[in-house]
Write a protein that binds this ligand. Structure first.
Ligand SMILES: [Fe+2]
Length: 133
């Protein structure tokens, strides 16, 4: 449950950051990035919902704890890097730490959820890195 609470908090922060960039991105790549960010926060919204409902399924209370301050303009390249970094960081922690620990503890359902989540993060990071080139 503790892992799921951390995952929910971090996924929610990434969802909100992606949504914010959807609004604030500027420049020649605006049309494609506006759409890419929307597609990615849609996927994150579904994932966040699944994580929260997994917490409820296991008898916990789904927390909503967000600290994010996006009040100044950011360059497109910073947006792409910040999002890709966040996706890669989540994917790495799922692959090396959370999924092995959950499998070891016998929580196969949550391990499966996070195994699917890391594939979402890998794909999102690939798209962001490719766009940033
Ligand atoms: Fe929109």
């Amino acid at each position: 449950m503790e892992t799921l609470n951390i995952v929910l908090k971090r996924e929610l922060a990434l969802l909100l950051r992606t949504w914010n960039y959807h609004w604030n991105v500027e420049g020649p790549l605006f049309p494609s990035l506006h759409k890419l960010f929307e597609a990615q926060y849609d996927e994150l919204q579904e994932l966040v919902d699944e994580v929260a409902e997994r917490i409820r399924s296991l008898g916990g209370v789904a927390p909503m704890q967000v600290s994010l301050d996006l009040t100044t303009a950011e360059s497109t390249s910073h947006m792409l890097d910040a999002l890709a970094d966040a996706h890669e960081s989540l994917s790495a922690q799922m692959r090396t730490e959370w999924v092995p620990a959950l499998s070891e503890a016998g929580d196969i359902g949550t391990a499966d959820l996070l195994t699917r989540a890391l594939q979402l993060h890998d794909k999102a990071a690939w798209m962001l890195r490719s766009t940033a080139k």
